[in-house]
Ligand binder design. Structure first.
Ligand code: UD1
Ligand code: UDP
Length: 386
């Protein structure tokens, strides 16, 4: 597509998976705020349909006040190639029709890669939010998605200085047609914006019986766990070993595990379960409920990227059930410990972190909570000339 045929004040946002709804909410809010003041920018929201269960999808649109998707591509689940291919075809149709000045993509899912590839092939500038993250493990589908998306992007919105350095090692630097900026983390914007609301509105701790109404001490006692990475769910040995650890931990203090549908499916297929009713397997929870669960947990055990950071921001000790992480700052700070999937290592790690004192506050490794605004300003200045 020729540059002159693109509409500079039209942005197409591509989302599809749970964490992308939370990330996109920060930039959508900045767009709405900007429109109230002066410039009218139109955001066209495209939902690929990668996630589709109510609790993985619509609940976030309702709770986070996200605009209703203008296009729902209904792609659904499938193998990597098929899912990405169908998305690519359908996103291309939308871009031909809308001719936006930029396409915004988030994170590292198949929806991210499909959006970036469709736009780049049509010469539409790609803006990648959460650019520059690397695990240096190319067996992760997300690592492939991140690498390719970054190399296709014009705007690389990095959440940390480490991300800028990672890109620089691959020859992606600010200048010569690329805009590489540390704008902070949009998930930090979201947590700052929604955590007060979560405290006011969420009833999940009471619903799960963690606040004892007869006790004067209102300190809930539970661990929170999440699990969904392919490396943990696709390998029954790893999954079994993690579930065994949760079983052991649950003997002492209850564990809450909101189950990702991928994990639920694999557990059912292999007849796996922690066999301990103090490990509460619950449906995926809404964002406000998740923030409430995270904030009050004794510690968090997770393989999620977003949840590692949220643990850090809430100053809740975290064990990461992976062998490496992109969020190295959380580990360097001493707050997040990589324990992998071995039962013994998980139990040992928990002993080590559970009595840890909160770290020094005021560490702003992930920006100042205004990433959404910064992203919008940079895009407008570059493509809209204002
Ligand atoms: C995807 C992302 C991952 C991200 C995660 C966030 C890729 C390659 N992976 O992983 O980076 O961390 O989202 O949660 O893009 N399913 C349902 N209902 C749904 C969604 C999925 O039942 O609403 C089941 C299906 O059986 C599906 C499986 O979960 O095959 C996996 O879903 P998929 O979107 O392919 O990957 P995630 O594991 O969710
Ligand atoms: N989350 C949620 N409900 C849940 C589990 C997670 O709202 O049951 C939120 C969590 O607070 C974080 C984001 O979803 O903001 C993380 O998404 P996920 O773990 O699915 O993906 P990842 O971050 O690993 O890509």
């Amino acid at each position: 597509m020729r540059k002159s045929s693109l509409s500079p004040f039209l942005i197409v946002t591509i989302v599809g998976a749970r964490p992308q709804f939370i990330k996109a909410a920060a930039v959508s809010r900045a767009i709405q705020a900007s429109n109230e003041k002066k410039r009218k920018i139109q955001e066209i929201l495209v939902h690929t349909g990668q996630h589709y269960d109510y609790l993985m999808d619509r609940i976030f649109f309702e709770e986070l006040d996200l605009p209703k998707p203008h296009y729902h591509l209904g792609v659904g689940s499938g193998s990597h190639g098929k899912q990405t291919g169908v998305m690519l075809e359908r996103i291309e149709d939308v871009l031909h029709k809308e001719k936006p000045g930029a396409v915004l993509v988030y994170g590292d899912t198949n929806s991210t890669l499909a959006g970036a590839l469709a736009a780049a092939k049509l010469n539409i500038p790609v803006a990648h939010v959460e650019a520059g993250m690397r695990s240096y493990n190319r067996r992760m589908p997300e690592e492939i998605n991140r690498l390719l998306t970054d190399h296709l992007s014009t705007f690389l919105f990095c959440p940390t200085d480490q991300a800028i350095q990672n890109l620089s090692k691959e020859g992606i630097k600010n200048g010569k047609g690329k805009i590489v900026k540390n704008v902070g983390d949009v998930m930090y914007d979201s947590i700052l914006y929604y955590s007060k609301l979560a405290e006011e509105k969420s009833t999940i701790l009471k619903d799960l019986g963690f606040f004892n109404p007869h006790s004067a001490i209102r300190i809930p006692q539970y661990y929170l766990a999440t699990l969904h990475r392919a490396e943990n769910t696709d390998d029954p040995k790893r999954l079994k070993s993690i579930l065994k650890a949760l079983h052991e931990i649950g003997r002492e203090v209850p564990v809450v595990l909101p189950l990702h549908p991928r994990t639920k499916k694999v557990m059912k297929m292999h007849h796996l379960s922690p066999e301990n009713d103090r490990v509460k397997l619950i449906e995926p929870v809404s964002y406000l409920n998740m923030l409430a669960l995270e904030r009050h947990a004794r510690a968090i055990l997770t393989d999620s990227g977003g949840v590692q950071k949220e643990a850090y921001w809430f100053k809740v000790p975290c064990l990461t059930l992976r062998d490496e992480t992109e969020w190295v700052e959380t580990v360097k700070s001493g707050w997040n410990v990589l324990v992998g999937a071995e039962t013994g290592k998980i139990l040992e790690g928990l002993k080590h972190i559970k009595n840890r004192k909160p770290f020094r506050s005021g560490i702003e490794l992930f920006g100042d909570g205004k990433s959404g605004q910064k992203i919008l300003q940079i895009i407008l200045k570059t493509i809209g000339g204002c």
